[in-house]
Design a protein around this ligand. Structure first.
Ligand SMILES: Nc1ncnc2c1ncn2[C@@H]1O[C@H](COP(=O)(O)OP(=O)(O)OP(=O)(O)O)[C@@H](O)[C@H]1O
Length: 243
């Protein structure tokens, strides 16, 4: 692995500053600010409709902020097209996986390969994380289980050489054992110096792997702090998240 390409620990790699995002004329994000440090796992929590997915869409340029800014790896990407943002080293594991169903696993992975300034992963390294993947390479993706699709979606993000991976509800619809595997993978990415921003409905699961957490409600950030604080304060968790 090329250590030179690793971000310096402690540095901010992603910074969203006072983002205001709209769907048509309807504003859904109001002055949203958040940061992710190098090699940090950050959870983005909140009830349905709070604006979590829209925050990820804003970072990815799918629904760009009308005002405010998004900076990644020292570059202003607020208004960059999504394909360029991907090339800066932001990987995405969407909640609906977005895998090409009629293509094989191998093909889905092959077309995800790209060069960024971060380290690129190869298929073999993905097999080390997800041992079952090696035996699925020639299967068409439409025949995969939810857990298998998630392995492909995460591997695809890694093959795209990310410095930051955005996960949208990675535990959704998965068996508890598979959820544990996904969370272990998030910790593995952290060990590799890759930053993670994870949107989760499953608060306990997300807080178990996160260093810091943001809570959103009605399009605004209502809490920010170390994950420990939310983990250890049941009353605060109930007040902010109802759990
Ligand atoms: N394509 C869209 N067009 C119009 N409004 C949208 C669109 N997508 C989301 N919204 C609205 O934007 C608000 C924020 O939605 P968003 O999906 O970001 O929330 P969320 O926190 O991710 O919630 P969930 O966990 O339910 O996905 C909601 O009021 C939602 O109805």
């Amino acid at each position: 692995m090329n250590a030179v390409l690793k971000p310096v620990p402690g540095e901010t790699v992603l910074s969203v500053a006072r983002a205001n995002t709209y769907y048509g004329e309807t504003q859904v994000l109001f002055d949203v600010s958040l940061n992710v440090g190098a090699g940090e796992v950050v959870a983005l929590l909140g009830p349905n409709g709070a604006g979590k997915t829209t925050t990820l869409r804003t970072i990815l340029g799918l629904t760009p902020a009308r005002s405010g800014s998004v900076d990644f790896d020292g570059r202003d990407i607020t208004r960059a097209p999504t394909h360029e943002i991907a090339r800066t080293g932001i990987g995405w594991v969407p909640d609906d996986r977005r895998i090409f169903p009629t293509l094989t696993v191998a093909r889905n992975l092959a077309i995800a390969r790209k060069k960024t300034r971060f380290r690129s992963w190869n298929e073999k390294e993905c097999f080390e994380i997800f041992s079952a993947l090696e035996y699925l390479m020639h299967r068409e993706c439409e025949n995969l289980s939810g857990g298998e699709m998630q392995m492909v979606a995460i591997s695809r993000a890694l093959i795209g050489a990310p410095g930051l991976v955005l996960f949208d509800e990675p535990s959704q619809g998965l068996a508890p054992k598979v959820v544990q595997d996904v969370m272990k993978t998030i910790l593995r990415l952290k060990k590799e110096g890759i930053s993670v921003l994870v949107v989760e409905q499953n608060v306990e699961t997300a807080l178990a792997v996160a260093d810091r957490a943001y809570v959103m409600n009605l399009g605004t950030v209502v809490h920010e702090g170390p994950a420990d604080v939310l983990r250890n304060d049941a009353a605060l968790r109930r007040r902010l998240l109802g759990v």
